[in-house]
Design a protein. Structure first.
Length: 161
């Protein structure tokens, strides 16, 4: 029977991911702070961790492969977060990603009015902060730290055999 080598690290990543997603949904649905498109994309690594880490525990195999996938997801999350912080700070301009799913080729006057009433959240607007920092800033730090820790575990994986 295979033994999961990084059980503590994976469990901590899973617990942190559940906490972060719970906080994100609390802020969105209870405190009524609508996320922008980039905020939604930044949830992908955490949702992936919540799905993939239990697979390691259930299947008791594919630990290294799934951990590599998680590292890639958290690197993606870090890149999106850095870009988002850059938009918030005025370093980058909002791109098509912020308007993704909001534009249609031809809108009738009724559709245009409905879309204007929707009040889409801009990626450059910081609607919620903790200790003066945006959630994108916190996500940048967390994604970089988690991808680094998981990457180190992958590098040590062969040594722990």
């Amino acid at each position: 029977m295979l033994k999961i080598k990084n059980r503590k690290t994976l469990t901590a990543t899973l617990i942190l991911s559940v906490f972060i997603m719970s906080a994100a949904y609390f802020i969105q649905f209870v405190l009524n702070h609508e996320p922008c498109r980039l905020c939604i994309f930044q949830r992908i690594p955490y949702i992936s961790a919540i799905i993939l880490i239990p697979l390691i525990f259930i299947l008791n195999k594919y630990e290294k492969i799934i951990t590599i996938i998680l590292v890639l997801f958290f690197i993606f999350g870090a890149i999106v977060s850095i870009y988002h912080v850059g938009i918030e700070q005025g370093i980058f301009e909002e791109s098509f990603v912020c308007e993704l799913f909001n534009s249609k080729k031809s809108l009738s006057s009724e559709e245009l009015l409905k879309q204007l009433e929707k009040n889409t959240v801009s990626c450059k607007v910081i609607s919620f902060t903790i200790l003066g920092f945006s959630l994108a800033t916190f996500n940048t730090l967390i994604s970089i730290i988690l991808s680094g820790i998981l990457f180190i575990k992958i590098m040590k994986y062969e040594k722990n055999k």
